[in-house]
Design a protein. Structure first.
Length: 179
């Protein structure tokens, strides 16, 4: 469960970094409204590769704007002391240091993320991360690779921000950011 939480936090930070990229680089497109399927593979130093994680997320322009705003402003317990975004021939490179607090625990994630693609139909991600919880003498290093593709309109009963992963009840990122 602790490992799943760390992966969720790391994945959330990665998604927030992508959202921040669109907020800080005017020409960078936001994700197209609708249902996105994201596949991530995570490898951890000393533990090897985890099975591929697949999640689906419903989004719209208002949700994308909210996610960008919460990351850039440090809202909802998220604070980024560094968010350097550089345009490359293939997409963007994002170097970030972000800290989040939840349940009395503080986690700092230092990451380098490469995003390639257009965020309107498909994109790929490569990210190297170090996650360090308050009180730990050393962090946990992870490497994430992923891809995302637009599937179409959000299913009936879904609202922007809804995320679904195997073995985890559907949750809403907007609601999680409010906690």
């Amino acid at each position: 469960m602790k490992l799943q939480r760390a992966v969720l936090v790391g994945g959330s930070c990665l998604l927030l970094a992508m959202a921040a990229a669109s907020a800080q680089a005017d020409e960078y497109p936001v994700r197209k409204a609708g249902l996105w399927e994201q596949k991530m593979k995570v490898s951890m130093a000393g533990a090897g590769a985890m099975p591929e994680m697949v999640m689906r997320q419903c989004t719209d322009a208002a949700f994308e704007k909210e996610m960008k705003g919460s990351n850039v402003s440090g809202g909802s317990g998220q604070e980024c002391s560094k968010m350097d975004i550089k345009k490359t021939a293939a997409g963007y490179v994002i170097d970030a240091v972000c800290t989040s607090s939840a349940g009395g625990t503080t986690m700092t994630v230092t990451s380098r993320t490469e995003v390639a693609g257009d965020l309107t139909s498909a994109y790929t991600i490569k990210s190297s991360n170090t996650m360090k919880q308050s009180g730990q003498s050393q962090g946990m290093s992870t490497t994430m690779t992923g891809s995302a593709k637009w599937l179409g309109a959000c299913p009936s009963g879904w609202k922007p921000g809804d995320i679904e992963m195997p073995g985890v009840p559907r949750m809403n990122a907007r609601d999680m950011m409010k906690k």
